[in-house]
Each structure stands twice: as C-alpha cells, then as structure tokens.
Write a new protein. Structure first.
Length: 160
C-alpha cells in the first residue's frame, strides 16, 4: 500500500473491492457458508445462525438463513425473487454479517469527508498492514482494513 496521503480513496476502494469482494457481475459462480453466534451483554449466546449463499450472477442466486427464530430461503431468477419460510426481511444484524463478508468495502465507499492512513498493527504477534479511515472533522471513524503484509488479502475488518 502506498502512503495514505497519496491514495485516491475512491480508486483504492474500487481496486480492493475487486480483489476481496464477491459482488462483481463478472465473477465465476461461488458458494459460501457462514456460521456465527450472537451474544447479549452478559456474554450469553442468544442466537446461533447459519447463512449460506449460492451465487451465479446478480439476478441468479440462492440465500439460506437459519437460526433458532428465523428460517428463510430466497431464490432469485431472471423472473424475480421468490421466498420460502419467514416472509419478513432479515434483521439488520443478519444483513450486516452478509455485507461484511460479501462486500466488505461498501460502507467505506459510501463515506464522504474521509482520508486514509496506513499503519502496521500486530495481532497475537502477527503483523498486518492496516488502512484506517479518518474523518476530516474532529470525530473519528473506527473503520479499518488490515491486509497480509505486502499483499491484498483482507485479514481483518473493523467496520462501522
């Protein structure tokens, strides 16, 4: 990564999204399975969730979300979106988890008045090259993306 002051943020975000995201219309079909747990403030597990997606194109996919209180399968075809199971839209957390994995840079691309700063961070003795987004104003934005040293593999993402 180049010096943060010399980085054209929209261009940089576009490049890293192409390398790390899964939303480009020219991608080959893919399949992903995510499992995660949600905890309350006391540390008790309140929900366990399995999210699975088969993606063929922007209008042909299957998304399955199963938890103890929500089960839904969406099928998208050239003719429209079809839903089996719970008819409401997934809650904010369920949607956010998918977005963080499939399109990790979408939030940063929506920001205005930010610039980037490169820093090296250490996680359990392992060094990563991190790109922090900072607002031009006094209020800081916690968003940061950490990559494999000298590479483009996203290893850590602290979102909004």
């Amino acid at each position: 990564m180049a010096d943060a002051e010399a980085i054209d943020l929209p261009n940089w975000l576009s490049k890293v999204a192409a390398l790390n995201g899964l939303q480009s219309p020219d991608l080959l079909p893919w399949h992903i399975v995510l499992t995660y747990d949600l905890f309350d403030r006391d540390g008790d597990n309140i929900h366990s969730v399995v999210y699975e997606e088969y993606w063929i194109s922007t209008n042909r996919y299957k998304r399955i979300c199963k938890s103890d209180n929500f089960t839904q399968t969406d099928y998208a075809t050239d003719r429209g979106l079809y839903r089996q199971g719970d008819q409401q839209w997934p809650n904010g957390i369920q949607s956010e988890i998918r977005a963080e994995v499939v399109a990790p840079f979408a939030y940063a691309a929506s920001l205005e008045g930010v610039h980037g700063k490169n820093v090296e961070r250490t996680f359990s003795g392992y060094k990563l090259q991190c790109f922090l987004l900072e607002r031009d104003q006094e209020i800081s934005d916690p968003t940061q993306y950490c990559f494999e040293p000298g590479g483009s593999v996203l290893r850590y993402d602290l979102g909004h």
